[in-house]
Every structure is written in structure tokens, then in C-alpha cells.
Write a protein that binds this ligand. Structure first.
Ligand code: KG4
Ligand code: ZN
Length: 330
């Protein structure tokens, strides 16, 4: 029997709600963006993010149910991001979900945002074959994970400091490209040449990442060099990021052979990264899964899909509006 889950995601600056069925079909996915609010600050302003979530959350959920043509009574459960994220933002989604769960007498399941990203490549259709390697590159995180199945996840290495998205955004700001910096830096990079030798932190050093040194090195270059060619700076930064991401991915794929390699999270939207990953996977003869861009960036459909993992495992059986906060993240 087909079942439906309402997903709710408010971990950062997007208010999102979605309805997904037990086969992974997305009946609706609504994202209310706060980009215009935060643009002026060059990054997410947490207080304004939380206030905007409060305004948008109920209309967004209402819209998701309407578009899916699903009544609350038909829902199997509500899945909601329980972190990590900006806590004032997370709380808006979490409290709304608990309130709705009480009112509708539906179970509420707290989902780790990263688990949502890890499952995003299987939205709409089963793209990932397991065991799989997943590179998660978002504004908040960067890591490589080995997934034996949809629920057996081993973290192989993550960033010691900045995430790759954060360094994209900071470099974007340094180059006067506004927020978010990722897409703008990529666009500018295409017009330049990677002539500047920025560092490739921890390149030959296991599967951990570090991006803060790269970001600082771009800042120092901007301060110290007189004749600046912004296009070349962007191209050199992107090349350094690609070298690190591709080298580490290659190492991980050689250490642990898999059927699929998926790249998820906002930076997976980078055309340069997509191209480099395609080349790597051709060489290694691994199936590359790049979910459509709408599933790369934050959305609630991935949270709803991850909720089914919990339901299928029978981790949550009782129809009580209670949060499962004791389940470990991975
Ligand atoms: O996954 P996401 O939407 O939110 C988090 O969970 O963090 O990722 C947002 C990040 C931002 O840092 C943004 O600059 C980056 O994804 N991003 C990109 C591109 N599009 C978005 N980075 C590089 N190239 C892009 N085309
Ligand atoms: Zn995210």
C-alpha cells in the first residue's frame, strides 16, 4: 500500500515542505527562499532567518499538501529536520511539526539534515546502487561517506574546519560577487585561467578535508597583489577545490569499491565539479549519480524520503507525536 510522508526542512535559510510516497515519488516539493532577505548581509542572518521561517512555515506546508492533493489524515508520518543547522531556524520547523503531529495524531520523526542529503540522490527514482560512495558538499558540511545500504552509513572523512560551500561563499564575498557565492564564483572561473597556485590542503593526507587555509590564501593574495585578475583568481580557487575533492574521492573509491558514486549538497550544482566527477567515474568505471539540481540544494523531499528509512526499519511504530531523538546520526 502506498504511504505518504510530509517532510519539513528549516535548518538554514529555506523554508521547505514536501510530500513523498513510499516509492520515493515526490508528490510536491515547495521551497520558500529567503535569498532576498539575506543578500544584503552577504550571508545568512540567523535572527531574520528564524523570523522568516515563522511567517512562511504554515503556508509552505499548506501549499505542499494542496499540490500533492493529500489530506493530513492520509499521512503516515511527519519527518522534520532536527539538526544540524541554525538552532533558531531548526526550532521553527521542529515545533511546527510537533504541533501538527499532536493536532493530527501523527508520528513526528526527527531527521538528521545530512541523512536527508545522503538520500537525496534517490528521490523520484532509485538512482543509487549500493554499496555506494557519497560525497556531500554543502554550505554547512563536506564529507565522504560509504553506504552499504540506505541505512548503513560509515563516515570516512569530513572537514576539519570550513565546508567547501562556505569557502565558495567567502571567496565570492571577497570578489564582490554577493551571496551565495558558489554559482557566481563558478561562472567567473569559466572566464579565467587557473594560473595562481593556491594551496590544496591535506591533499595527500587521508580522507579528511580542510578549506580554511585555501580561503585565507585567497584573502592574502587579494591583499598583496596589485594587478588582480578576478577571473583568474576564481578559476584558480575552483581548480584547487576540484583537485582536493576529486583526489579524495578517487582515494575513497579505490579503498572501498562501490557500485555508485553520488555527489549531493548545494556544491553538487557546480558544473565544473560535475564534469570532473564524470571524468573520474569514466576512468574508474563507477556509475555516477548526480541528482537533479533541485534535490542538490536544501529541500524537504529528501527529509521525507529519509523518514521512510526509519519507518521501514520499524524504528518508529507507535502513532504518537513523539520525537526519536536518541537515534545516532549515522
Ligand atoms: O546544500 P545547500 O543548499 O545548503 C546547506 O545545507 O548548506 O548548500 C548551499 C551551498 C552554498 O555554499 C552555495 O554557495 C553552494 O551550495 N552552491 C554552489 C553552487 N550552487 C550552490 N557552489 C558551487 N557551485 C555552484 N554552482
Ligand atoms: Zn543542506
Amino acid at each position: 500500500m502506498n504511504e505518504f510522508v510530509l517532510g519539513i526542512e528549516t535548518s538554514c535559510d529555506d523554508t521547505a515542505a514536501a510530500v513523498v510516497d513510499s516509492k520515493g515519488n515526490v508528490l510536491s516539493s515547495v521551497v520558500s527562499s529567503q535569498l532576498e532577505i539575506h543578500k544584503a548581509f552577504g550571508g545568512v542572518y540567523p535572527e531574520f532567518a528564524a523570523r522568516a521561517h515563522i511567517t512562511a512555515i504554515l503556508p509552505t506546508i499548506h501549499e505542499a499538501l494542496l499540490r500533492a492533493n493529500i489530506q493530513a489524515s492520509q499521512l503516515k508520518a511527519i519527518g522534520v529536520t532536527r539538526g544540524p543547522g541554525l538552532i533558531s531556524s531548526v526550532l521553527v520547523g521542529l515545533n511546527t511539526a510537533v504541533g501538527l503531529g499532536l493536532g493530527w495524531n501523527k508520528p513526528v520523526i526527527g531527521i538528521n539534515h545530512l541523512r536527508g542529503h545522503l538520500r537525496s540522490a534517490d528521490l523520484e527514482m532509485q538512482r543509487v546502487q549500493y554499496p555506494a560512495m557519497i560525497l556531500l558538499v554543502s554550505g554547512g558540511h563536506t564529507f565522504l561517506a560509504y553506504m552499504e545500504s540506505t541505512v548503513d552509513i560509515v563516515l570516512l572523512g569530513s572537514t576539519r574546519d570550513d565546508s567547501v560551500g562556505e569557502s565558495y561563499d567567502k571567496v565570492g564575498r571577497m570578489l564582490g560577487l554577493g551571496y551565495p557565492g558558489g554559482p557566481a564564483v563558478d561562472k567567473l572561473a569559466v572566464q579565467g585561467k587557473p594560473t595562481i597556485k593556491f594551496p590544496r590542503p591535506l591533499l595527500k593526507n587521508g580522507l579528511e578535508f580542510s578549506f580554511s587555509g585555501l580561503k585565507s590564501s585567497v584573502a592574502r593574495y587579494l591583499d598583496s597583489v596589485k594587478e588582480l585578475v578576478y577571473e583568474d583568481i576564481a578559476a584558480s580557487f575552483v581548480q584547487a577545490v576540484l583537485d582536493v575533492l576529486i583526489t579524495k574521492s578517487k582515494l575513497a573509491l579505490k579503498e572501498k569499491p562501490v557500485k555508485s558514486f553520488a555527489i549531493v549538497g548545494g556544491v553538487a550544482a557546480s558544473p565544473q565539479l560535475r564534469e570532473a566527477a564524470a571524468k573520474l567515474c569514466r576512468n574508474l568505471k563507477v556509475d555516477l549519480c548526480l541528482p537533479p539540481l533541485r534535490w542538490s540544494t536544501d529541500n524537504a523531499a529528501m527529509i521525507a524520503l529519509a523518514t521512510f528509512d526509519y519507518l521501514n526499519l520499524g524504528i518508529y511504530k507507535e502513532p504518537l507525536p513523539e520525537l526519536q531523538l536518541s537515534i545516532s546520526d549515522f
